[in-house]
Write a protein that binds this ligand. Structure first.
Ligand code: RB5
Length: 145
């Protein structure tokens, strides 16, 4: 399951992403916000992050104006590896090397088409494991303290 959330700065891109997921029969849950009225991104980022960690197969997508705020919040939640991705290459590397489970996007930084390309790259790229697995385990160790 893909959990998706945004603030007002990411609302329009979030809607486009939901349309894409719908059209492609990809299961998702839209946790809001549902308009352009100003809201606080920590609320939505926390909801998405806590939903994602409930099952290791889950992924999340968060969109705020820059993507910075939601990425800071999501990474506070144990088990979350949120990556702010500015382009397709970042999204591929975030999956291949970092096993990122939340994609963060800047709704005011990317065009709709750019954001969809980054999303597709994130969803269609697998973690490479191997030497990177050890580093993911090291991140989990740090989370224990
Ligand atoms: C809201 O104006 C803006 O600060 C927010 O969307 C985000 O960019 C924060 O990181």
């Amino acid at each position: 399951m893909i959990f998706i959330g945004c603030d007002h700065g990411g609302f329009e891109i979030k809607e486009k992403i939901c349309d894409y997921l719908e059209e492609n029969s990809i299961k998702y849950s839209d946790l809001g916000t549902n308009g352009t009225t100003s809201v606080d991104y920590p609320e939505f980022a926390e909801k998405v992050a806590k939903s994602v960690v409930s099952d290791e197969d889950n992924l999340g997508v968060l969109v705020c104006g820059t993507g910075i705020g939601v990425s800071i919040v999501a990474n506070k939640i144990k088990g979350i590896r949120a990556a702010l991705c500015h382009n397709v290459h970042y999204a591929q590397m975030a999956r291949k090397h970092n096993n990122a489970n939340v994609l963060c996007l800047g709704g005011r930084e990317l065009s709709e088409n750019e954001a969809l390309d980054v999303l597709k790259a994130f969803l269609n790229t697998d973690f490479e494991g191997g030497r990177h697995q050890k580093r993911i385990a090291q991140i989990s160790e740090i989370e224990k303290y």
